[in-house]
Design a protein around this ligand. Structure first.
Ligand code: ZN
Length: 144
């Protein structure tokens, strides 16, 4: 088990004990309900210091799905296949609730991290948020 995997395992254990089930994959803020999580994405995606990726994550209509997917991939740092996303149904919108569940997000961030480690010799540093990612996750947990 690598250091990163060990850290992730510890974080997951800590999170299971909290009542926070959702995480923003962009900034690792934690939420107890999905409505608050969506609201966070929409609010952070607007205004003077708007963040494009947050904005995309707040899109919940079917027609905006390609943009959601693009932003989700950037946020988790892993080009997840569309079929691997746990999407719910519903009229005129898709349910992304599971895409924001802590287990799911961390699992996929972990995959990305392992991939980068495997290729570490040819790593393009511009595309690697891995270390910052781990630190942000630790900070998120410390705030609980
Ligand atoms: Zn966020």
């Amino acid at each position: 088990m690598s250091e990163a995997e060990r850290q992730l395992a510890i974080l997951l254990q800590a999170l299971v004990k909290s009542d926070l089930d959702y995480i923003c994959p962009r900034c690792y803020q934690l939420f107890s309900d999905i409505i608050a999580c969506y609201r966070h994405c929409r609010e952070t995606g607007e205004g003077d210091r708007a963040d494009d990726i947050h904005k995309g994550l707040g899109l919940i209509t079917k027609k905006d799905f390609p943009e959601f997917l693009r932003c989700y991939r950037v946020a988790i740092g892993f080009s997840i296949a569309e079929c691997d996303l746990p999407l719910g149904g519903g009229r005129g919108r898709r349910s992304y609730d599971k895409c924001f569940e802590i287990d799911f997000v961390l699992e996929n961030c972990g995959k990305f991290y392992s991939q980068m480690q495997a290729r570490s010799l040819q790593t393009d540093m511009d595309t690697v948020p891995s270390r910052e990612t781990m630190e942000a996750m630790l900070l998120a947990v410390i705030k609980i």
